[in-house]
Structure formats: C-alpha cells, structure tokens
Design a protein around this ligand. Structure first.
Ligand code: GAR
Length: 224
C-alpha cells in the first residue's frame, strides 16, 4: 500500500530530506501531502519546496499549545494522511491532538525518530546527553508516539559504538547517518506490511560500526 504522510519539522530537516529522497528513488512507496513547521524560518521548508511538496508553517510563539495544535489540525484534517511523521519536530503533542490520529487497533498514527536508544536519554538533546554521559554504545529509535514524551511502542532501533577518538560532532554525525537510513526503511516496512509487522520481528539492528574493537580499545585503558 502506498502511504500518505504529513511530515512535521522544526529545523534543518535532514530526516525529512532522507524520506523525500527515498520516495524520489522509489525505495519508499509513499506520498508526502505536506511538510509543516512551527518555525517559519526552518530550512526544511525550502528543501521541501525544492521537492515540489506543499508546505505550511504556523509559529507556536504567543499561542497556547491547544490553539496552535488546533490550527495544525485544521491543516492536517482535510489531508486524511495515514501517518504523521515527526522528523525533528521539537514540540510536545497533547493527548487531545494524538486522539485525532487514533487507529482502531489502539495506537496513534504518529511516528517519531529519536537520537538515542530509548528509553535512555529522552528529550531535546539525545546525542549530547548520551555523549556527555559517556555511553559506549548509543543508537537511534523509531517509535509510535504515545501520550508521554519520546515514548511509545518501539518499531526499530539501530545501535552504534562510541569510538575512542569520537568528538560530539563525529558521534552525532554517525548517528544521523543511521537515522537517514532507518527512518525511510521503517516507513517502507509499514507501507508494505503494516505496523503489525514490527510486533512479529526483531527490531533492534546492530550496526556494523566497530563496537567490538572499540570496546577492546577502551578496555586497554582500564586498570584493575
Ligand atoms: C534528529 O537527530 C532527530 O532524531 C532529533 O532531532 C534531529 C532533527 O534533525 N529529534 C529529537 O530529538 C526528538 N526528540 P533533522 O531536522 O536534520 O532531521
């Protein structure tokens, strides 16, 4: 089945671009009906227009959450999309908003990508917090959204190792590369097999980054 999507973004939009590129290259059987931002200056909006995708922006500043979401719903309702895709949308969605996308099987048709192995490091600074904590293995998560922040049924995760010479920038950029791979793949799996697919399959994918050799390197520096 071809999926219809609304993509919500707040800034750069590299995940959105990965999704649009996957559609353009026919790796993802989906149609993006709109790219929406709460930030009129989000670079993602110009990128989306470059792909001939309709865009809309409604700044949240000065509006109560409920009023902002109602305006967003006015944009989304007529489009009747299969899924709302959060690709770096840095706003919490209220239960009232989510209810509009409730599937008869109980889940909300809203999908998020998060830059950590949830439930570790939820919030707006997943990479930074994981890096500062000193995790040896981190990762990314694609999940269905529920009423809690960065929470809900996990669809897929990919792990990557922290290298001994990683800086925050190199750590982030390896993670982001995985995001760009995983998000379109998950959406394509939903297009082909439905959300139920993820209940029947192992969803943690170990990335082939040198986790093991990195651990060996790390352990050399450990004295008993
Ligand atoms: C991505 O790393 C995404 O995982 C993260 O924001 C970034 C957006 O980048 N999302 C969250 O932290 C959600 N809690 P992008 O605009 O280039 O896709």
């Amino acid at each position: 089945m071809s999926l219809t999507l609304a993509i919500l973004v707040s800034g750069r939009g590299s995940n959105m671009t990965a999704i649009l590129q996957a559609i353009a290259e026919r790796r993802l059987d989906a149609e993006v009906k709109i790219v929406f931002s709460n930030n009129a200056d989000a670079p993602a909006l110009a990128t989306a227009r470059g792909y001939s995708i309709a865009t809309a922006s409604i700044p949240h500043k000065g509006l109560p959450r409920e009023a902002h979401e109602e305006k967003l719903l006015e944009v989304l309702r007529p489009l009747e999309v299969d899924f709302v895709v959060l690709a770096g949308y840095m706003r919490i969605l209220s239960p009232r908003f989510l209810r509009e996308f409730k599937h008869e099987q109980g889940y909300f048709r809203v999908i998020n990508i998060h830059p950590s192995l949830l439930p570790a490091f939820p919030g707006a600074h997943g990479y930074e917090e994981a890096f500062e904590y000193g995790v040896r293995v981190s990762g990314i998560t694609v999940h269905l959204v529920d009423e809690r922040v960065d929470h809900g049924p996990i669809l897929a995760q990919m792990a990557f190792g922290r290298l001994s010479d990683d800086t925050l920038e190199s750590f982030k950029s390896r993670g982001l590369k995985l995001e760009h791979k995983l998000f379109p793949e998950v959406l394509q799996n939903i297009a082909r097999n439905g959300v139920q697919y993820f209940q029947r399959t192992t969803s943690v994918v170990a990335h082939d980054s040198p986790v093991a050799s990195d651990l060996a390197t790390a352990s050399k520096g450990v004295t008993a």
